[in-house]
Design a protein around this ligand. Structure first.
Ligand code: PMP
Length: 437
């Protein structure tokens, strides 16, 4: 029998990778923060998942509470259409989300992935403007360095240069973009940036919106942390300004909390860094504790009322697996686990441990910057990462990472112990030293 990896190669597409790209590692088991992996050469590894399976697996693998929630729901019914039907896991999860998100978000649409929740958010913003009698407002103001997903509308608000616009020039809608908001650094619990740079960025925001207000439906941002577009931390004043300017010009503010939500930045939602409430919020990833694909779009009563009062009346979306009961049940358990745990202390501890554990990386010749915010640690290199070499070297030090561009980064599960975070920091530093010097 050929190995799993040999059978995978040429058969399965992996994210953003050619069919004949680098061989993947095969996962045999996950437990707590650890994965058991096998390499193409037959070598086995036990590694801490420093990626939390792309921000999602915050409570760890085989979490007994989440396992039980899943099994209980599977014993009732695993799926049912949401057209004309409802069920307890969906209602309870929506109630939990409304209670835990900033006051002013009142309604929930469940989607089956983050990208789809972004599609729904963009569609809702356009339907809102239509409902307000402004059908010409069909464009978005987004940020350079942003990332919002891989479906076409989501792609259109991703960074227009580093994103996929160039691959599909006639198919990706053209929108307006502002430069990345100025970088901020965490100092004594505050995210601080150069005040002159912040003022300059806000002026550009005001001018751009004033110039294009009649075409713009909404401002679309990742709050305070831009993830897949470069692991960039920015000044919360820029987010606060986006809220104010959107209000001044009749635009909606859409905040994509898919990566940042549920405590990752040290606040339950990163919007709290700026003390703002968006009109529309997208969440996903950690929502289901990483167990199943689930996302949600939340909106204010004002936005929802405009849709209900419009000739269309409905939000024009409805996927087959909308509000999947297994996913909603496990998400209810994930949210209860999060809120009943001392998540803030856990994230704060990880933040402090990451700062210490990654500090030695600043001494490496190849490293340009090391930054930490909440349970996110980023090592930025001066050159593109040799991904296969760094991945393999980190595994040899007991750590699973998936670098991209010039970034080796980590967002550990919240259950990571100080020793786990020390292993992650040491593994990342050693792997960069080995592969890049
Ligand atoms: N927005 C952000 C900020 C994300 O990080 C991601 C996923 N990387 C998405 C949207 C898209 O989510 P999904 O991959 O579940 O479609």
């Amino acid at each position: 029998m050929r190995s799993l990896i040999a059978r995978d190669r040429g058969l399965l597409w992996h994210p953003y990778a050619p069919l004949d790209g680098d061989a993947p590692y095969a996962v045999h088991a996950g437990n707590g923060v650890r994965l058991s992996l096998g390499a193409a050469d037959g070598r086995g590894f036990e590694a801490i998942d420093a990626m939390s399976s792309w921000w999602s697996m915050i409570h760890g693998y085989r979490n007994p509470v989440l396992d039980q929630a899943l099994q209980e729901q599977a014993g009732k019914f695993s799926h049912v259409m949401f057209g004309g039907l409802t069920h307890q896991p969906a209602v309870e999860l929506a109630e939990r989300l409304i209670a835990m998100t900033p006051d002013g978000l009142d309604h929930v649409f469940f989607a089956d992935s983050g990208s789809v929740s972004v599609e729904v958010a963009l569609k809702l913003a356009i339907q809102y403007q239509l409902g307000r009698g402004r059908p010409q407002r069909t464009q978005f103001l987004a940020l350079r360095g942003g990332y919002h997903g891989d479906t076409f509308a989501a792609m259109s608000v991703c960074d227009p240069v580093d994103g996929m616009h160039a691959a599909f020039p006639s198919l990706v809608a053209k929108h307006h973009f502002l430069p990345r908001p100025p970088a901020a650094r965490l100092i004594d619990g505050e995210l601080l940036a150069d005040p002159a740079e912040v003022a300059g960025w806000i002026t550009a925001l005001e001018e751009t919106v004033a110039r294009h207000r009649d075409e713009l439906a909404a401002i679309m941002v990742e709050p305070v942390v831009q993830g897949a577009g470069g692991m960039h931390f920015y000044a919360p004043q820029c987010l606060a300004a986006a809220r104010r300017v959107a209000d001044d010009h009749g635009l909606l503010l859409i905040v994509d909390e898919i990566a940042t939500g549920f405590g990752r930045t040290g606040k339950l939602f990163a919007s709290e860094w700026a003390g703002i409430v968006p009109d529309i919020m997208c969440v996903g990833k950690a929502l289901s504790g990483g167990y199943l694909t689930l996302a949600a779009m939340l909106c204010s009563a004002r936005v929802a009322r405009t849709i209900t009062d419009s000739p269309l009346r409905a939000l024009l979306h409805g996927p087959t697996f909308m509000a999947n009961p297994l996913a909603c049940a496990v998400a209810c358990a994930s949210m209860d686990l999060l809120l009943s745990s001392d998540w803030q202390s856990n994230v704060q501890r990880i933040e402090q441990n990451l700062a210490v554990a990654l500090a030695p990386a600043t001494n490496l010749g190849s490293v340009r910057d090391v930054r930490v915010l909440g349970a996110i640690g980023v090592v930025e290199l001066a050159e593109a990462v040799n991904v296969p070499a760094v991945t393999r070297a980190a595994l040899e030090h007991g750590v699973w990472v998936r670098p991209f561009r010039n970034l080796v980064y980590t967002m550990p599960p919240y259950i990571s112990s100080p020793a786990d975070v020390a292993t992650i920091g040491a593994g990342i530093t050693a792997a960069i030293a080995q592969a890049h010097g």
